[in-house]
Ligand binder design. Structure first.
Ligand code: ADP
Ligand code: MG
Length: 326
């Protein structure tokens, strides 16, 4: 059973950043307004994610670590309208099978926090405010073959910060901080959406990108209930943009070939031979028209009407670029 769970964990946990992603997902799902990530050696030695969310009751701490245990959906039918980042109940179990894991949590009504050590199963009272801290140490300690694939601490740190950045772009209502080896390396305070995008992507990107106008209703996307918003960078300024390519579907960061292709096509149409475009896209679509349960990391999605989605995204980006004055 140990081996099987370690193999399964490989699909969820590839590197420290995958752990950060899952833990921040959970913090956000718990309604946190502030999430703090503390890393040691790029997260390889230690990752701690602290939140001020609703916490986990002492009686449910052990359950949180069990495979396929989720408090977020009750049945398969709920999957269609899933509003939380998590729903598979796999992350904590997977992480605990390839690292030392401990959870300390305190629900609002509890007199104190309780810490559960995953390995020993020991429960101890600890001091902390309402919320949850999850500590993950010595990632891949028992699977040296996997550990070997990790890059330098600096590279792993950069991936961890990226993972937090992806959350930060879509959740301006949550404050994020990242500490590395005791130093604050990134801080995104709570604020409005525009301020957050500026904070994360920088003044240069804002100055040289165009806002996507929401497509008018009935533009062929009515039945999809599809809305595209965000920003598209002016191709001429690509050099100043770095590697900003962010796509969110219903608030979830995704990597999607179809959408990337649609964006690319729009750039090719408007300005031939453009460099790699920078963009930030938020796609809102009726939940029954997209399947988010394609892959354990949920970074892939499948659209029911892929052609229409492609068209709508392409048109939205073209419109933004066409309105720009190059
Ligand atoms: P999922 O997020 O898919 O439900 P996880 O393995 O990530 O699965 O987490 C298992 C369960 O542990 C969650 O359903 C939730 O009940 C609980 N949990 C995990 N992290 C937190 C947190 N930071 N705050 C509150 N509850 C949490
Ligand atoms: Mg989760």
């Amino acid at each position: 059973a140990e081996l099987i769970s370690q193999i399964a964990a490989g699909e969820v946990v590839e590197r420290p950043a995958s752990v950060v992603r899952e833990l921040v997902d959970n913090a956000v799902d718990a309604g946190a307004t502030q999430v703090t990530v503390r890393l040691v050696s790029g997260g390889v030695r230690s990752i701690v994610v602290e939140d001020d969310g609703h916490g986990i009751d002492e009686s449910e701490l052990a359950l949180a670590l069990r495979r396929h245990a989720t408090s977020k959906i009750a049945s398969l039918d709920d999957l269609e309208g899933v509003a939380t980042m998590g729903f598979r109940g796999e992350a904590l179990a997977a992480i605990a099978s390839v690292a030392e894991l401990a959870i300390a949590s305190r629900p609002a009504q509890a007199a104190h926090a309780v810490r559960l050590d995953a390995r020993s199963g020991e429960l101890t009272p600890v001091a902390r405010g309402t919320g949850t801290s999850i500590e993950v140490r010595e990632l891949f300690f028992s699977t040296p073959a996997r550990r070997k694939f990790l890059k330098s601490d600096a590279t792993e740190l950069a991936h961890c910060v990226d993972a937090v950045r992806r959350h930060a772009l879509v959740r301006p209502d949550v404050g994020f901080a990242v500490w590395s080896d005791g130093r604050l390396v990134q801080r995104w305070p709570r604020g409005d959406a525009a301020a957050r995008v500026r904070d994360v992507l920088g003044d240069a990107f804002i100055a040289t990108s165009r806002e996507l106008a929401a497509l008018p209703a009935g533009a062929g996307t009515g039945h999809l209930q599809l809305r595209v918003s965000g920003r598209a960078g002016e191709p001429a300024a690509a050099k100043a943009h770095g590697d900003h390519q962010y796509v969110y579907v219903n608030g979830r960061f995704v990597r999607d070939k179809l959408i990337a292709h649609a964006v690319r096509s729009a750039y090719d149409d408007v300005l031939h031979g453009a460099r790699q475009p920078a963009y930030l896209l938020f796609i809102e679509i009726a939940p029954e028209r997209v399947d988010v349960n394609v892959h354990p990391t949920k970074v892939e999605v499948r659209f029911r009407d892929s052609r229409e989605v492609h068209q709508a995204v392409r048109r939205a980006v073209e419109q933004a670029l066409g309105n720009a004055r190059f």
